[in-house]
Design a protein. Structure first.
Length: 312
């Protein structure tokens, strides 16, 4: 069954250029080298920080992200981490280049502006193949993970996800095969070890299909070290929900076709627990649709896992 996703426009409430403090705007314009005449807020995504393409008087375009260290400390820290990781990624990694950083009352990142589109929704096979081709090339560039990134392992970073099944089963005691899914999730560590940089947060809103032919991935806040196939698998959640036969995709892709079915199912069980648990958490005022998106992803993953395990 194909589940209707939330609208891609239903995301976070972002800061806009005209509401930034005048000294901050002045600093950004100095960094850009010309006064800003137009700001195009990038509305896809789930964090409320400032993220806009700035068009300057001299015709140049700049992608700038900013968060207040005082009013938005969690997001300011996330931007600091993103800057650190972008700076440490190999030049050949599929990521926009970090151009400059300011870190004072506000954490501000100047990132390469890329003329690009994002994958259409519902997902189309052409866009998905383009992303998976890039992930296969990136696995070579990002193995082994650069020491400068100082990354946690997939196993360590996601260990708490196993416990989410306890909350899910408490909320949904009638969920058939829930206990089996929880047991599958508990075995994820052994099958996900590796020494490749794994983005972990790839969705359509974090993809840039550049008009120069590149495919780039944004928001490198949460990379870890793990198996080289993990990003390719996690990227398939949205396409699966949009009706693409992703198990056929798995059989056709070099990074995925030899992954044991039990390993795929363990990862699906792990992220299903995370999404279903998170969907029941309080709704953040700055991202009012976040839980809707998580609920959709959770139901997509659950249906996919149940079909693969013969639970349907």
């Amino acid at each position: 069954m194909q589940l209707a996703p939330p609208l891609t426009s239903e995301t976070a409430r972002r800061l806009e250029w005209r509401f930034l403090p005048p000294p901050l705007r002045t600093m950004i314009e100095r960094r850009c080298g010309s006064p800003v005449v137009e700001a195009q807020s990038q509305n896809r995504g789930f964090t409320p920080g400032f993220a806009s393409v700035l068009i300057c008087e001299d015709g140049s375009r700049h992608f700038v992200k900013a968060a207040s260290a005082r009013a938005q400390p969690v997001f300011a820290d996330a931007y600091r981490e993103e800057a650190r990781k972008l700076a440490a990624l190999p030049a050949a990694a599929p990521a926009p280049a970090l151009l400059w950083v300011e870190d004072d009352d506000w954490v501000v990142l100047g990132i390469e502006h890329v003329e690009a589109d994002q994958p259409a929704r519902p997902w189309q096979l052409g866009d998905l193949d383009r992303c998976l081709d890039t992930l296969e090339a990136a696995a070579e560039v990002l193995t082994p993970a650069p020491e400068a990134l100082a990354l946690e392992t997939f196993e360590a970073e996601l260990a708490s996800f196993v416990g989410h099944w306890e909350s899910v089963l408490a909320r949904r005691p009638d969920l058939a095969h829930g206990e089996e899914a929880a047991a599958l999730a508990a075995g994820f560590a052994e099958v996900t070890r590796g020494d490749t940089v794994v983005h972990t947060d790839l969705r359509d809103d974090n993809v840039l299909l550049a008009r120069d032919g590149r495919t780039l991935f944004c928001d490198w806040n949460w990379p870890v070290v793990g198996a080289p196939w993990l990003d390719s698998l996690l990227l398939l959640v949205g396409p699966r929900g949009d009706g693409i036969d992703v198990d056929a995709v798995i059989r056709a892709r070099p990074l995925l076709h030899d992954v044991p079915a039990e390993a795929v199912d363990a990862v699906l069980a792990l992220v299903t627990g995370y999404f279903l648990k998170s969907a029941g958490d309080p709704v953040p005022s700055t991202s009012p649709y976040l839980r809707d998106h998580q609920r959709w992803q959770g139901e997509v993953c659950w249906e996919w896992l149940a079909e693969r395990r013969g639970w349907a």
